[in-house]
Design a protein around this ligand. Structure first.
Ligand code: FE
Ligand code: FE
Length: 169
């Protein structure tokens, strides 16, 4: 990358968005164990446990993206994810332990987080491609795919039994 490109506003925007997600992913890694603990059904616990490992890998992938750009990994507070995680914590306080209503609510909170990530990674892939950062685009695209998969898994859990059982509580 030449210095004109490195100093471009587009590159700064791209870096800023990467830092937002770096902070967000680290925050999600901290939040997921609490959500796992709070979940009632085994399926939701497992989905959260699995997404914890996946999210740890998203942090590593972002490290690789920064590296591919000759930039150092850095996070910048993401108020949106901070707020969405707070909503998840509120849900835990406001719902009863061992209920499917708790699980239904946790799935809603988690899907809001996934959708933020899907929007962010989708935009990052577009920016990376525009700037011909092939390696970065590939890495970010892999993460985007995994966020979409997680979103579908959560929908599947809600529709297969959680919502139905919650409706009977
Ligand atoms: Fe992620
Ligand atoms: Fe995620």
């Amino acid at each position: 990358m030449d210095s004109a490109m490195r100093n471009s506003k587009m590159h700064q925007l791209f870096l800023d968005q990467l830092k937002d997600m770096y902070w967000a992913e680290n925050h999600i890694v901290e939040a997921l164990p609490k959500m796992t603990k709070a979940a009632t059904s085994e399926s939701l616990k497992e989905a959260f446990e699995e997404h914890l490992e996946v999210s740890k890998n998203h942090v590593k992938r972002l490290d690789e993206v920064f590296k591919s750009l000759d930039e150092k990994s850095e996070g910048k507070v993401c108020p949106a994810i901070k707020g969405l995680v707070e909503e998840g914590e509120e849900i835990i306080e406001e719902t009863e332990d061992d209920t499917m209503t708790r699980d239904a609510a946790l799935i809603i909170a988690a899907q809001k987080i996934e959708h933020y990530e899907i929007a962010s990674y989708g935009s990052l892939v577009t920016l990376a491609k525009r700037m011909k950062h092939t390696k970065a685009a590939e890495l970010l695209g892999d993460t985007l795919g995994e966020e979409k998969e997680t979103d579908e898994t959560l929908t599947g859990i809600a529709e297969s039994f959680v919502n139905e059982e919650a409706a009977q509580e």
